[in-house]
Design a protein around this ligand. Structure first.
Ligand code: ATP
Length: 243
């Protein structure tokens, strides 16, 4: 696959070559401006280091900050303090200091995000939604479509749905389109927000199998999994939030 990447920033960092992500002392709070400027401290100095092929489950009570932490790792929220070092190709970059176009570049090739819900675009067929990240990377059209079709087949998404817009799909069908989209690119780091929440047992297993294959190839998984069975099949480590 052809990548358009140019190095963003190089630092001499860690001697362990297998580390892909290093979050250091992340703190995050919110100020509720429309509610008397109440301050809410959610994360205090949270650190995490993740290596190739590892799975780390984010756990803790509802409201303890799991989603907030994941959003920080994807650059959706700004940190109050701390650093998020990501191995982007052969360079270490601090996600908290990237320009918006640099962040987009890191998201295109290095860090993928499987959200719980598919952002449906009216009138755009499932196949086109799922193939978009690969085409943006400059992948050959036939190869890109072939890859996504194979993912759809693996995920048991009926072929009659492929050319339809997911607007009317069931929750589980939308989730499988979303997973195919996110797994079409071989991201070294995958963030997973309840990737099987809308799926039945056999479809969940199909997703778990794909994710395990990615792990075997070296991808690191960081995710929120309320289903203990799913969590245990993917993660040997846990980062617990709250008290
Ligand atoms: N954008 C925001 N503005 C204000 N408060 C927020 C915002 N995002 C999260 N919070 C607050 O931060 C706290 C942590 O929320 P978060 O969604 O990270 O928890 P969680 O552990 O993922 O919960 P759940 O398991 O219920 O999804 C909550 O008290 C929530 O209200």
């Amino acid at each position: 696959m052809q990548l358009k990447h140019q190095p963003i920033e190089s630092v001499i960092y860690d001697s362990d070559d297998s580390i892909l992500l290093k979050a250091e002392n992340l703190s995050k709070g919110f100020t509720l401006h429309n509610q008397g400027s109440v301050s809410l401290s959610v994360l205090k100095e949270v650190s995490l280091q993740v290596k190739q092929g590892e799975g780390v489950a984010l756990s803790g009570k509802s409201g303890s900050g799991k989603s907030t932490f994941m959003r920080l790792l994807y650059g959706n929220y700004r940190v109050d303090s701390g650093s998020i070092w990501i191995k982007h190709h052969q360079n270490w970059v601090d996600l908290t200091r990237l320009e918006p176009h640099e962040l987009l570049e890191v998201r295109q090739t290095t860090i993928g995000y499987v959200s719980q819900f598919l952002r449906v675009i009216p009138r755009v067929p499932a196949l086109e939604i799922a193939v978009e990240p690969l085409l943006e990377l400059g992948e050959n059209i036939d190869t890109a479509y072939e890859k996504v079709q194979q993912l759809f087949i693996h995920l048991n998404l009926p072929e009659r749905l492929w050319s339809l817009s997911p607007t009317t799909f069931s929750g589980g069908e939308k989730q499988r389109v979303n997973i195919a989209r996110a797994l079409s690119v071989d991201y070294p780091i995958l963030l997973l927000d309840e990737p099987t929440s809308a799926l039945d047992e056999s479809n969940s297993q199909a997703v778990i199998q794909l994710l395990q294959e990615r792990q075997a190839k070296g991808s690191a998984l960081i995710g929120i999994f309320h289903d203990e069975g799913v969590r245990n099949q993917l993660c040997l480590r846990e980062l617990t939030f709250g008290d």
